[in-house]
Write a protein that binds this ligand. Sequence first.
Ligand code: WTA
Length: 648
Amino acid sequence: MTEIKTYPPSADFVKNAHIDATKYNEMYAASINDPDGFWAKQAERLTWAKTPTKIKNVSFAHPDVSIKWFEDGELNVSANCIDRHLDTRADQTAIIWESDDPGISKHITYLELSEQVNKLANVLKNDLGISKGDRVVLYMPMIPEAAYAMLACARIGAIHSIVFAGFSPEALAARVDGCAAALVITADEAPRGGRNTPLKANVDKALAICGDTQVLVVERTGADVNMQDGRDHAYHTLMAHASTDCPAEPMNAEDALFILYTSGSTGAPKGVLHTSGGYLLWAAMTHEYVFDYHDGDVYWCTADVGWVTGHSYIVYGPLANGATTLMFEGVPTYPDVGRFWAVCEKHKVNQFYTAPTAIRALMAHGPEPVEKYDLSALKVLGTVGEPINPEAWNWYNDVVGKGTCPIVDTWWQTETGGHMMTPLPGAHATKPGAAMKPFFGVLPVVLEPTSGEEIHGNPAEGVLCMKDSWPGQMRTVYGDHDRFVKTYFSDYKGYYFAGDGCRRDEDGDYWITGRVDDVINVSGHRMGTAEVESALVAHPKVSEAAVVGFPHDIKGQGIYCYVTLMEGEEYTDELKTELRNWVRKEIGPIASPDAIQWAPGLPKTRSGKIMRRILRKIAENDYGALGDTSTLADPSVVDDLIANRVQK
Ligand code: WTA
């Protein structure tokens, strides 16, 4: 076996780090040996209206899964992210906003953040009649008002559900309907990469599908938008006369904070529900330790608030820690491919967190666009969203980090609330492509996929499961606890099953090998192949569709669709274009198929089940290794598919 090079942090870095190797080992052992004691102590990093005395109350036993942390504690998430910092940080920048336009940025202090959030909380309560427990959908650009809206909901106990602004009106309608939202907060338009997405017009289309709710519209570009009397309200008008004092609603630690829809192997996306105390503690603690965030640092996570990374690592984690968090409206390639590095230089960014897909896309342009900028403030680099290939890791390390910034490859999920497996930058010698070690309180196991037996000893390879709960874990699928139990706790009883495969190497370090189910990761966006299939078969000319992922140099995975048409329909190139546009309309541009192959026949077993394994191999150009095809009803279908595969 080839020797893997490891990258230890420098002695200087270790000296200043919150957690070194010894401390990691001590704290990890304490977190596993005495979870109640460990988490009662860690909970002190939050400000509680009522200090919890009951710490952990969890059962993973099928089918009675129940997860509670700090269940008799009371706190308010917005008070933790704002109010408690005001004595010491009123004039410190809370949010640096960098617009899509490189000439425009804003610094928002904690005092300003407080005023805006209090006002908006009053608007929600007094003008729009939103109260504790109501659901509010956010469909917004990456502007400070998105953070204000999240925190204003948290302040009054309303549950936000953010829908990524790249989703189509159809996808938005399903999510507004799914949680019976009382309000949608949006903007006139969302500028990104020099182009404007008509958010308000999309909301109008969505409400035409799912029925009206109130709408609050932030003016971002000033574009002329339709405002329906009595239904639509202008943000700036209502904010103008709102009071800057709105008392924070005391919330039980287990009261819901937000819903976030995410894709799974089957069915429509599900509403992942996170609660208040455990989630915030997890986001705050991981943010501080994993990025080794110190007071006064400028921290930048390039994600969008429409994804969980934006929730935990742009808004909640950093603000709970009194950090300065950068919020970027644009894209890495606008106005040119140096934008990320220009922003790092401009705001002297200390910690930078992005996705492998962005690194690969920028790597293709060589080192010059990076080297033009002064990146000397950088201390820690992070990645998230998909496995990072060693080539991209090395480029990130050498060209961006100049070999001096530890890279934290953070494995986690919408469901986990925050980081689960990652190196801590002052504690571990990293390995390119490895998620390395469990965070405090995380108890990973590698199971043999078929028997479900734990594999002890190293090395080991199998499916990744968690043996016990951690405070940031999702509590349920909104409105469907049975689905929660079925999705995460049924395949391997007694464990939380993440959906990923993994390998534990000789040193006991973890490597994530990718999803083992029908979820794919396209440019770091998580998608269910079943969702794309159901969009395709919704087209009147399509009778059947099977969708698989294939390796893609930049996106990580691309979307490959096999499509069978209705009897009598003609297989034409025009129809391929039409189907591509159709999927974009049904789901959004992120679901745009990379390849469509006409498949007059699909490989099926005699009982009619599509053999996706074979379709995956063909899409991967790996058809030399199709395995056993003898159980197919009509094996000749496979030869036809191979002969007509799409060259990518
Ligand atoms: C994948 C994003 C390898 C994984 C925070 C997981 C990763 C899914 C990594 C969750 C990583 C995330 N290395 N794979 N560092 N981080 N993944 O819910 O397959 O959008 O199950 O959460 O992304 O995606 P989600």
